[in-house]
Ligand binder design. Sequence first.
Ligand SMILES: [Zn+2]
Length: 349
Amino acid sequence: MATLQPRPGRDYPRSIGEFQSWFRTDADCLDYLEWLRWPDGFVCPKCGCSGGWRVADGGYKCAACGARTAVTAGTLFDRRRSPLTVWFTVCWMFAAQKDGVSALSLKRGLEIGSYQTAWAMLHRLRAVLVRPGRDRLTGTVEVDETYIGGEEPGLAGGRAKGKKALVGIAVELKRPRGYGRCRMAILRDGSAASLHPFVTDHVEPGATVITDGWSGYQGITKLGYTHQAHSQRAARARGDDVGELLPGVHRVASLAKRWLLGTHQGSVEEDHLASYLNEFVFRFNRRTARSRGLVFYRVLELAVGHDPVRYRDLVANPQPKKTKPVPPGHRGHPPTLDRPPAARPWRTP
Ligand SMILES: [Zn+2]
């Protein structure tokens, strides 16, 4: 994968106009994916040797072992049913639009045959967003939990109460003001047994962690953090606004809720909340990217580095996977990056 900083207008399109002129045909898209996948020339995925020659179908034949490899083989675009031009447009809308895109508007806007196809394309993209071994948050980090979800449209003709998910939020505070990166994950409950792993998964030891006075956070100093617990009771006694105790996490929570209700009109399947949160976090953490085209490039880069995502891995309530999740810091292609709910019996904490 390219290590140099990608250059606008040369490595990625700067605008929708450039996007359209670069990717007119599937062959254009294939050329781009080939460059992203093998920036220094073909490397055989079977034997690891570099060097080979192009064959008629657009793939490569390895000079060492003779194996043939399609450019998209073993990537997210393997065995796709939609043309690459459609996939690229979906990636562009997903990455370059400020709030992303919903399955319904994709289906309407791109004349994708079915809602299910559009839905699956977006979920495949969400599945590539979490890079294994990504850096944890550093500096001063606010941590809190909030409930997300809870209303399901269409039940009994109106809105019925569904289940809410408890979501952990961590966000970096910048000096003198503003926010850095954030992380979100579904929690089993608000106990120390759930909150401590959330902190260690997402915040680098040595950081200062600011929480409210909730007992579930007690003991995180032993995990290597400087802990500042801001008591709500003390804030009330001072006459301060309790809602402003942790302004960063409240800001992120309200943006995430607004996005789920706006772009997705609240029609987020409970089993997929984790992947929607991943998408929100990915976009939030790139909100200051100098070009939306760069975000498009990053999504494609992750997609060519990711294993194919099978439909049955996307649909609700899949069978538990036989393979273990790849631990952070491990290089390679994760099978899927949607965080499973915390309480799955096959997952050892
Ligand atoms: Zn080979």
